[in-house]
Ligand binder design. Structure first.
Ligand SMILES: Cc1ncc(COP(=O)(O)O)c(C=O)c1O
Length: 430
């Protein structure tokens, strides 16, 4: 496997961009390699600049639920571009995507389009504060909600402590407004709400936490959050940037049948182009300008090309049996790999929900908190990652990240990937 061209491009990129990349997780730091520069994608495969071909389980970190270069999405983009790329006025494309989503998602009444998941969560936090007149928010350790200041905060020691920032440049005063709790811990939530009574605007959670392993919550915990939020007049905020349109059209809200007060979307909603959104009831969304006092705007928000890409992608997911097929193929893949690992006695498991999976170097099948992940086990991931790449399988370059299966991952390709995983596990564990 030659990576000469990627190496050269990375050398050039390091002169241009911090760390040579425009988003840190692309940098291969966790696996101590150099990032591969991709040239094209088709279906479930990608090709790098050196001509190496991979079955891709990163899928652009989630947006590509139909795989690369899907024909419906591509045609929709080309047709939209034919009419121009941006107007700064409303377009019919926004109505099409907005209506498609709202008509098929019973947990939301109104939506506002933005251009990324970060923008969606940042704006929705402002909306929650504006609506409630309260300033503190609660988040959970192990959940990522984009890089807005108040969300780049991690817990200090002990429960219900005020946050400390996880990034330089975030003023301590901002972090003080964010309380970080452990996931799946009812007592921690109860004591926090008691302590900060009438100060908390919202509890934000990835209902399927998928940014620090796949920390599948006890459904009972999510129902408990709904109940206690209602009792305490705190807004329940589901960040469904990953889970939205992934575990079902209605995301985790639909999977667990929980009505959140606010939902954010990203990734799949834009069909591979930059779109995010936040949504909620008419009453809460009426806070947003120009209807209400909470200001939020965007030059390229609702961009017609991106809207049509999202519209084409989401229409495909609404076809009969789409999500069932996604889940079925994912389980087929996961079971084959896990059965092999078990037969060999490897300390390895794969967590999965819908078409999301996480490679866990542990047999504990109930890791629900960030603190329960053994950081030392990542040495196995590093070896596995390298062996997979060398054999033509691409997974994101961090053992804390999840993988995704797209519509284009047919059983034929999954069978190839299963064999590669088996060989690569043998290397990682020997
Ligand atoms: C749950 C969640 N929220 C928010 C974001 C931020 O989205 P973006 O990267 O589009 O800004 C991400 C990104 O991975 C995410 O996984």
């Amino acid at each position: 496997m030659s990576t000469v061209i990627s190496e050269q491009l990375f050398k050039e990129a390091k002169e241009l961009f911090p760390g040579g990349v425009n988003s840190p997780v692309r940098a291969f730091k966790a696996v101590e390699g150099i990032p591969l520069f991709m040239k094209k994608g088709e279906g479930c495969q990608i090709w790098d600049q050196d001509g190496n071909k991979y079955i891709d389980f990163c899928c652009s970190w989630g947006p590509l639920i139909l795989g690369h270069n899907n024909v419906s999405v591509r045609n929709a983009i080309v047709e939209a571009v034919d009419n121009g790329t941006s107007f700064g006025t409303p377009t019919r494309a926004e109505n099409l995507l907005g209506d498609l989503i709202i008509s098929n998602h019973k947990y939301i009444d109104k939506i506002r389009f933005v251009s990324s998941g970060t923008e969606a969560t940042m704006s929705a936090i402002r909306m929650a504060r504006g609506f409630t007149g309260r300033s503190k928010i609660v988040k959970f350790d192990g959940c990522y909600h984009g890089h807005a200041d108040s969300l780049l905060v991690k817990a200090g020691s002990g429960l219900a402590t005020l946050g400390v920032t996880t990034s330089a440049g975030v003023p301590e005063a901002f972090a003080q407004e964010t309380i970080v709790l452990p996931l799946n811990d009812e007592e921690a939530v109860k004591s926090c709400l008691q302590h900060y009574k009438d100060e908390i605007a919202c509890i934000i959670i990835e209902p399927i936490p998928a940014n620090n392993g796949l920390l599948i919550q006890d459904p009972q915990f999510l129902h408990f959050l709904r109940k206690i939020c209602t009792e305490q007049n705190v807004l329940l905020f589901f960040d469904e940037v990953i889970s939205g349109f992934r575990v079902g059209f209605e995301g985790a809200a639909g999977l667990y049948d929980i009505q959140p007060d606010i939902i954010t979307f990203g990734k799949i909603i834009g069909g591979g182009l930059p779109v995010g959104a936040y949504a909620g009831s008419k009453e809460i969304m009426s806070q947003i300008s120009p209807d209400g006092p909470v200001y939020q705007a965007g030059t390229l928000s609702g961009n017609p090309v991106a809207m049509m890409a999202g519209y084409a992608a989401l229409k495909e997911t609404l076809k009969e049996g789409f999500f069932e097929s996604q889940k079925e193929r994912t389980e087929y893949f996961v079971n084959a790999v896990v059965d092999y690992a078990k037969s060999k006695g490897y300390n390895f498991s794969i967590y999965t929900v819908g078409s999301i999976f996480w490679l866990a170097f542990s047999e504990n099948i109930h890791i629900r908190k960030a603190s329960e992940i053994d950081a030392d086990s990542m040495q196995y991931f590093k070896k596995l990652h390298k062996a997979l790449l060398e054999r033509g399988v691409y997974v994101g370059p961090s053992g804390f990240e999840v993988g995704f299966i797209s519509e284009a991952h047919t059983k034929e390709y999954l069978d190839i990937a299963i064999e590669v995983f088996k060989e690569s596990l043998d290397i990682a564990f020997n």
